[in-house]
Design a protein around this ligand. Structure first.
Ligand SMILES: NC(=O)c1ccc[n+]([C@@H]2O[C@H](COP(=O)([O-])OP(=O)(O)OC[C@H]3O[C@@H](n4cnc5c(N)ncnc54)[C@H](O)[C@@H]3O)[C@@H](O)[C@H]2O)c1
Length: 253
Protein backbone atom coordinates (compact mmCIF):
# COMPACT_ATOMS: atom_id res chain seq x y z
CA UNK A 1 0.00 0.00 0.00
CA UNK A 2 1.28 3.49 -0.80
CA UNK A 3 1.85 5.51 2.33
CA UNK A 4 2.14 9.21 3.06
CA UNK A 5 4.16 10.94 5.76
CA UNK A 6 4.65 14.51 6.90
CA UNK A 7 8.14 15.35 8.21
CA UNK A 8 9.13 18.55 10.03
CA UNK A 9 12.71 19.80 10.22
CA UNK A 10 13.03 18.18 6.81
CA UNK A 11 15.79 20.36 5.36
CA UNK A 12 18.62 19.11 7.55
CA UNK A 13 20.01 16.37 9.73
CA UNK A 14 17.66 13.69 11.08
CA UNK A 15 14.56 15.13 9.36
CA UNK A 16 16.27 15.29 6.01
CA UNK A 17 17.61 11.75 6.24
CA UNK A 18 14.10 10.57 7.23
CA UNK A 19 12.70 12.16 4.07
CA UNK A 20 15.37 10.57 1.87
CA UNK A 21 14.79 7.11 3.31
CA UNK A 22 10.99 7.36 3.16
CA UNK A 23 11.16 8.45 -0.49
CA UNK A 24 13.55 5.58 -1.27
CA UNK A 25 11.07 3.20 0.36
CA UNK A 26 8.23 4.44 -1.90
CA UNK A 27 6.43 6.76 0.50
CA UNK A 28 4.89 10.08 -0.52
CA UNK A 29 6.41 12.77 1.69
CA UNK A 30 5.41 16.28 2.71
CA UNK A 31 8.58 18.01 3.90
CA UNK A 32 8.27 21.07 6.16
CA UNK A 33 11.04 23.41 7.26
CA UNK A 34 11.82 27.12 7.43
CA UNK A 35 13.57 27.44 4.06
CA UNK A 36 11.69 26.86 0.82
CA UNK A 37 14.98 26.96 -1.14
CA UNK A 38 16.62 24.23 0.94
CA UNK A 39 13.58 21.97 0.57
CA UNK A 40 13.36 22.67 -3.18
CA UNK A 41 17.02 21.79 -3.71
CA UNK A 42 16.24 18.36 -2.44
CA UNK A 43 13.79 17.40 -5.21
CA UNK A 44 14.98 14.62 -7.54
CA UNK A 45 13.41 13.15 -10.71
CA UNK A 46 12.95 9.83 -8.84
CA UNK A 47 10.44 11.37 -6.46
CA UNK A 48 8.31 13.34 -8.93
CA UNK A 49 4.71 13.35 -7.70
CA UNK A 50 5.74 11.97 -4.30
CA UNK A 51 7.72 14.87 -2.85
CA UNK A 52 5.85 17.93 -1.66
CA UNK A 53 7.42 20.69 0.39
CA UNK A 54 6.31 23.83 2.20
CA UNK A 55 8.18 26.52 4.11
CA UNK A 56 6.60 26.53 7.53
CA UNK A 57 7.54 27.67 11.01
CA UNK A 58 6.23 24.91 13.27
CA UNK A 59 5.78 27.38 16.13
CA UNK A 60 3.23 29.40 14.12
CA UNK A 61 -0.36 28.19 14.52
CA UNK A 62 -1.46 30.03 11.35
CA UNK A 63 1.35 28.55 9.21
CA UNK A 64 0.64 25.04 10.49
CA UNK A 65 -3.06 25.53 9.71
CA UNK A 66 -2.25 26.63 6.13
CA UNK A 67 0.11 23.71 5.61
CA UNK A 68 -2.38 21.07 6.69
CA UNK A 69 -5.09 22.69 4.56
CA UNK A 70 -2.68 22.23 1.63
CA UNK A 71 -1.89 18.62 2.62
CA UNK A 72 -5.60 17.78 2.88
CA UNK A 73 -6.31 19.20 -0.59
CA UNK A 74 -3.99 16.44 -1.95
CA UNK A 75 -4.48 13.66 0.62
CA UNK A 76 -7.60 12.48 2.45
CA UNK A 77 -5.38 10.88 5.03
CA UNK A 78 -1.76 10.49 6.09
CA UNK A 79 -0.13 7.46 7.67
CA UNK A 80 2.69 9.03 9.65
CA UNK A 81 4.02 12.25 11.12
CA UNK A 82 7.66 12.73 12.12
CA UNK A 83 8.34 15.78 14.28
CA UNK A 84 12.06 16.44 13.93
CA UNK A 85 12.18 20.27 13.79
CA UNK A 86 14.06 21.62 16.77
CA UNK A 87 16.59 24.17 17.93
CA UNK A 88 19.28 24.11 20.57
CA UNK A 89 20.53 27.19 22.38
CA UNK A 90 23.20 26.80 25.05
CA UNK A 91 23.93 28.87 28.13
CA UNK A 92 23.91 28.59 31.91
CA UNK A 93 20.45 29.07 33.37
CA UNK A 94 21.16 32.25 35.39
CA UNK A 95 22.46 34.01 32.28
CA UNK A 96 19.95 32.54 29.85
CA UNK A 97 18.08 35.23 27.85
CA UNK A 98 14.27 35.33 28.02
CA UNK A 99 14.01 35.42 24.20
CA UNK A 100 16.11 32.25 23.96
CA UNK A 101 13.82 30.57 26.49
CA UNK A 102 10.75 31.58 24.46
CA UNK A 103 12.38 30.31 21.25
CA UNK A 104 13.21 26.89 22.74
CA UNK A 105 9.72 26.43 24.17
CA UNK A 106 8.05 27.68 20.96
CA UNK A 107 9.98 25.46 18.55
CA UNK A 108 10.74 22.35 20.63
CA UNK A 109 7.51 22.02 22.60
CA UNK A 110 4.73 24.14 21.14
CA UNK A 111 5.91 23.26 17.60
CA UNK A 112 5.32 19.48 17.85
CA UNK A 113 2.04 20.06 19.73
CA UNK A 114 0.75 22.42 16.99
CA UNK A 115 1.94 20.06 14.26
CA UNK A 116 0.31 17.02 15.83
CA UNK A 117 -2.92 19.00 16.30
CA UNK A 118 -2.80 20.00 12.61
CA UNK A 119 -2.09 16.45 11.43
CA UNK A 120 -4.61 14.75 13.73
CA UNK A 121 -7.70 14.71 11.43
CA UNK A 122 -5.59 13.30 8.56
CA UNK A 123 -3.90 10.70 10.77
CA UNK A 124 -7.15 9.36 12.17
CA UNK A 125 -9.12 9.41 8.88
CA UNK A 126 -7.99 6.01 7.63
CA UNK A 127 -6.45 4.55 10.73
CA UNK A 128 -7.47 1.44 12.59
CA UNK A 129 -6.44 -0.45 15.71
CA UNK A 130 -4.84 -3.31 13.73
CA UNK A 131 -2.45 -0.98 11.89
CA UNK A 132 -2.40 2.38 13.66
CA UNK A 133 -1.21 5.62 12.13
CA UNK A 134 2.14 6.65 13.62
CA UNK A 135 3.49 9.78 15.22
CA UNK A 136 7.22 9.77 15.91
CA UNK A 137 8.63 12.66 17.91
CA UNK A 138 12.34 13.43 18.04
CA UNK A 139 13.15 14.09 21.69
CA UNK A 140 16.62 13.91 23.19
CA UNK A 141 18.69 12.01 25.72
CA UNK A 142 19.12 15.50 27.25
CA UNK A 143 15.47 15.23 28.25
CA UNK A 144 16.29 12.06 30.24
CA UNK A 145 19.72 12.98 31.57
CA UNK A 146 20.01 16.80 31.39
CA UNK A 147 23.24 18.62 30.70
CA UNK A 148 24.88 21.59 32.35
CA UNK A 149 24.94 24.42 29.81
CA UNK A 150 21.81 23.27 28.03
CA UNK A 151 19.32 23.26 30.87
CA UNK A 152 16.53 25.02 29.02
CA UNK A 153 16.91 22.82 25.92
CA UNK A 154 16.92 19.73 28.16
CA UNK A 155 13.77 20.98 29.91
CA UNK A 156 11.91 21.39 26.60
CA UNK A 157 12.86 17.86 25.59
CA UNK A 158 11.80 16.41 28.96
CA UNK A 159 8.46 18.18 28.51
CA UNK A 160 8.23 16.79 24.98
CA UNK A 161 8.72 13.26 26.33
CA UNK A 162 5.87 13.94 28.76
CA UNK A 163 3.64 15.07 25.86
CA UNK A 164 4.56 11.85 24.03
CA UNK A 165 3.15 9.71 26.83
CA UNK A 166 -0.05 11.67 27.30
CA UNK A 167 -0.72 11.94 23.57
CA UNK A 168 -0.12 8.20 23.20
CA UNK A 169 -2.96 7.48 25.60
CA UNK A 170 -5.26 10.24 24.34
CA UNK A 171 -4.91 9.27 20.66
CA UNK A 172 -4.92 5.47 21.06
CA UNK A 173 -8.73 5.42 20.74
CA UNK A 174 -8.30 6.91 17.24
CA UNK A 175 -5.88 4.22 16.14
CA UNK A 176 -2.81 6.46 16.37
CA UNK A 177 0.38 5.56 18.24
CA UNK A 178 2.80 8.17 19.57
CA UNK A 179 6.42 7.34 20.35
CA UNK A 180 9.65 9.29 20.66
CA UNK A 181 13.25 8.63 19.79
CA UNK A 182 15.74 10.26 22.14
CA UNK A 183 19.03 10.68 20.26
CA UNK A 184 22.36 11.17 21.96
CA UNK A 185 24.93 13.37 20.23
CA UNK A 186 24.32 12.98 16.51
CA UNK A 187 26.53 14.22 13.71
CA UNK A 188 24.31 16.98 12.26
CA UNK A 189 24.65 20.78 11.90
CA UNK A 190 22.80 21.20 15.23
CA UNK A 191 25.45 19.37 17.25
CA UNK A 192 28.27 21.32 15.57
CA UNK A 193 26.49 24.61 16.23
CA UNK A 194 25.87 23.80 19.92
CA UNK A 195 29.56 22.98 20.44
CA UNK A 196 30.65 26.22 18.69
CA UNK A 197 28.31 28.34 20.84
CA UNK A 198 29.15 26.73 24.20
CA UNK A 199 31.25 29.69 25.41
CA UNK A 200 31.69 29.55 29.19
CA UNK A 201 28.34 27.79 29.80
CA UNK A 202 29.95 24.49 30.71
CA UNK A 203 28.16 22.78 27.83
CA UNK A 204 30.02 19.90 26.20
CA UNK A 205 28.92 17.41 23.58
CA UNK A 206 28.74 13.91 25.04
CA UNK A 207 31.50 12.65 22.76
CA UNK A 208 31.88 9.04 21.79
CA UNK A 209 29.36 6.61 23.26
CA UNK A 210 30.41 3.29 24.84
CA UNK A 211 30.19 1.98 21.27
CA UNK A 212 33.16 4.17 20.35
CA UNK A 213 31.53 6.85 18.19
CA UNK A 214 28.71 9.40 18.09
CA UNK A 215 25.53 8.64 16.15
CA UNK A 216 24.94 9.58 12.56
CA UNK A 217 21.50 10.52 11.26
CA UNK A 218 20.95 6.98 9.93
CA UNK A 219 21.28 5.53 13.45
CA UNK A 220 18.36 7.70 14.53
CA UNK A 221 16.30 7.09 11.39
CA UNK A 222 16.71 3.32 11.91
CA UNK A 223 14.76 3.74 15.16
CA UNK A 224 12.21 6.04 13.50
CA UNK A 225 11.68 3.40 10.79
CA UNK A 226 11.09 0.79 13.48
CA UNK A 227 8.30 2.94 14.96
CA UNK A 228 6.78 3.36 11.47
CA UNK A 229 6.92 -0.34 10.63
CA UNK A 230 4.70 -3.37 11.17
CA UNK A 231 6.85 -4.61 14.05
CA UNK A 232 5.89 -1.58 16.15
CA UNK A 233 2.12 -1.61 15.69
CA UNK A 234 1.59 -2.38 19.42
CA UNK A 235 4.38 -0.11 20.68
CA UNK A 236 2.87 3.07 22.09
CA UNK A 237 3.96 5.86 24.44
CA UNK A 238 7.64 4.92 24.59
CA UNK A 239 10.72 7.14 24.58
CA UNK A 240 13.56 5.15 23.04
CA UNK A 241 17.10 6.37 23.76
CA UNK A 242 19.35 5.97 20.72
CA UNK A 243 22.69 6.93 22.21
CA UNK A 244 24.94 3.87 22.07
CA UNK A 245 24.41 3.42 25.82
CA UNK A 246 25.80 6.80 26.90
CA UNK A 247 23.05 7.51 29.42
CA UNK A 248 22.89 3.96 30.81
CA UNK A 249 25.64 4.31 33.42
CA UNK A 250 27.87 7.10 34.65
CA UNK A 251 31.43 6.88 33.36
CA UNK A 252 34.36 9.28 33.67
CA UNK A 253 35.92 7.81 30.53
N1 LIG B 1 22.05 16.44 16.61
C1 LIG B 1 22.00 16.04 17.88
O1 LIG B 1 23.04 15.79 18.54
C2 LIG B 1 20.65 15.82 18.53
C3 LIG B 1 20.64 15.14 19.77
C4 LIG B 1 19.41 14.93 20.39
C5 LIG B 1 18.24 15.39 19.81
N2 LIG B 1 18.29 16.04 18.61
C6 LIG B 1 17.02 16.50 18.05
O2 LIG B 1 16.88 16.01 16.74
C7 LIG B 1 16.01 16.87 16.00
C8 LIG B 1 16.64 17.15 14.65
O3 LIG B 1 17.84 17.87 14.86
P1 LIG B 1 19.10 17.71 13.89
O4 LIG B 1 20.22 17.21 14.70
O5 LIG B 1 18.68 17.01 12.65
O6 LIG B 1 19.39 19.26 13.64
P2 LIG B 1 19.45 20.14 12.32
O7 LIG B 1 19.75 21.51 12.80
O8 LIG B 1 20.32 19.49 11.31
O9 LIG B 1 17.93 20.09 11.78
C9 LIG B 1 16.88 20.74 12.44
C10 LIG B 1 15.95 21.32 11.39
O10 LIG B 1 14.84 21.93 12.08
C11 LIG B 1 14.52 23.10 11.37
N3 LIG B 1 13.79 24.05 12.20
C12 LIG B 1 14.28 24.79 13.23
N4 LIG B 1 13.32 25.59 13.70
C13 LIG B 1 12.21 25.36 12.95
C14 LIG B 1 10.91 25.89 12.95
N5 LIG B 1 10.54 26.86 13.81
N6 LIG B 1 10.01 25.42 12.05
C15 LIG B 1 10.37 24.47 11.17
N7 LIG B 1 11.60 23.93 11.11
C16 LIG B 1 12.51 24.37 12.00
C17 LIG B 1 15.87 23.68 10.95
O11 LIG B 1 15.73 24.63 9.91
C18 LIG B 1 16.62 22.43 10.55
O12 LIG B 1 16.47 22.16 9.17
C19 LIG B 1 15.82 18.12 16.86
O13 LIG B 1 14.54 18.08 17.45
C20 LIG B 1 16.91 18.01 17.90
O14 LIG B 1 16.58 18.64 19.12
C21 LIG B 1 19.47 16.26 17.97
Amino acid sequence: MKKTAVVTGAASGIGRRSVERLLNAGWTVWALDLSHEKLAAFETPDCTGRYYYRACDVSSASEIKEVFEAVSRENQSIDALICSAGVTLVGSLMDFPEEATDKLIDVNLKGPWLTIRGAYPLLKYNSNMADPARIVIVGSVSGIRPKVGSGMYSATKAALHTLTGVLAVELAKDGITVNAVAPGTTDTPMAQQAAENAGSSGFQLSGNSPLGRIADADDIVDAIEFFLGGSAKYVNGTVLPVDGGTRAAYSRG
